[in-house]
Design a protein around this ligand. Structure first.
Ligand code: ADP
Length: 367
């Protein structure tokens, strides 16, 4: 077949046979193909993915190439650029219109590693090319500043359009704000519910977040006023539940999960992360000791029909990295890989949620 006769329409027709594996629609219908250019013996185009670290990237690339070779010309050279445009769960709204997805990170109990998981997921999403922010709303012990080596930093306030706006701290390319920045570490303020709600409101309405793909909210353990305030203040894309494998932790995690599933709250649960899933000495990664029990997170995910986004081992370097103020995912090795994999799965769930479920609305207070 001579390539002179090839038209853009032929390429479009061929690509309309390629399905996005998660979203189960073809790439043309999903508007994922841009900038088709035909040259001599060559076609170039861009595939716009819905997550930067799309785990299916290479599969999509191959299927596009195969479709063009099958339906258009077997000898055509196919050059594909991959970019990403993270989809949004928002309907617009006045608060943070440029933040596409707000993700609540919750746990049933304290100390299960919710902040560690938040910090590492945020960093892994950033590494994949996304714009990421964190709100540390865990008044029971705001640890995000320490985990990012930012405990001595203070957010600045500056005037924007005649309004005083908090400028989030920027550390390792992630914008963050914490209840911890508002209270000195050595003189913690005992947060009362209304004060904490007021602080959270300020983090949404008076903070200059700019454009973000993902804003992660590190919530206090259990269910609290903060949880309720969050879903009333902003439309939450979905929630991630962090748990450890013990029975007691799992029963609390279930309560945390059910909070988001209440009909009047109606925030999708994007998945479960089992932290401290097993102990492994870093030099012997194949030796796994299930000291807190096995498969608790997996069984929870199955029972409540949600995804298991990861099983994170207990590794000394995860704790050290947290204390040193550089999330473990910033090092190379198995631990980084495990966190990156969880972040990919999370981004994938966000994309599926945005393609298949209704936009989120804020929860209305009923009086
Ligand atoms: P939470 O936010 O649920 O209260 P943290 O994230 O603050 O819990 O974690 C509590 C402690 O456990 C921290 O010292 C942290 O470094 C450590 N930790 C958390 N997850 C792991 C892990 N997978 N391996 C080793 N230490 C961990």
């Amino acid at each position: 077949m001579g390539d002179l006769k090839i038209k853009k329409e032929d390429i479009i027709r061929a690509l309309s046979t390629v399905q996005e594996p998660d979203l189960k629609q073809d790439l043309i219908t999903l508007n994922m193909i841009k900038d088709i250019e035909l040259g001599v013996g060559e076609v170039r185009f861009t595939v716009v993915l819905t997550t930067p670290a799309c785990p299916l990237k290479e599969r999509i690339r191959k299927e596009c190439t195969d479709a063009i070779h099958t339906h258009v010309d077997a000898d055509l050279s196919v050059v594909i650029d991959m970019t990403a445009d993270v989809t949004s769960s928002r309907m617009g709204g006045t608060l943070l219109p440029n933040v596409k997805n707000i993700i609540a990170i919750a746990s049933g109990k304290g100390g299960v590693g919710k902040s560690t998981v938040t910090a590492n997921l945020a960093m892994a999403l950033k590494q994949s090319g996304a714009k990421v922010g964190i709100i540390d709303a865990d008044i029971s012990g705001p640890s995000i500043p320490v985990m990012f080596g930012a405990e001595d930093m203070q957010p600045m306030v500056s005037q924007m359009d005649g309004k005083n706006m908090i400028q989030p701290i920027m550390q390792y390319g992630i914008k963050m704000i914490s209840m911890g920045f508002l209270a000195p570490q050595d003189n913690p303020v005992p947060w009362r519910g209304p004060m904490a709600t007021q602080a959270l409101r300020q983090f949404f309405s008076d903070t200059n977040w700019g454009e973000l793909d993902y804003l992660l909210i590190d919530l206090p353990p259990g269910t609290s006023d903060i949880h309720l305030s969050l879903v009333q203040l902003v439309p939450v894309t979905g929630a991630v539940i962090v748990t450890t494998p013990q029975k007691v932790a799992l029963s609390d995690a279930t309560k945390g999960l059910m909070f988001f599933r209440q009909p009047q709250i109606n925030v999708p649960v994007l998945g479960v992360i089992e932290n401290m899933a097993y102990f492994t000495p870093e030099e012997l990664p194949d030796n796994k000791y299930y000291i807190f029990g096995k498969d608790g997170g997996k069984n929870l995910a199955i029972k409540y029909e949600t995804q298991l986004l990861g099983e994170i081992p207990i590794v000394q370097s995860i704790r050290e990295a947290g204390d040193d103020g550089r999330p473990a995912v910033m090092t190379e090795g198995i631990v980084a890989e495990i966190f990156r994999n969880s972040a990919e799965l999370l981004a994938q769930q966000v994309a599926i949620r945005n393609a298949t479920q209704e936009k989120t609305q804020t929860v209305q207070v009923r009086v």
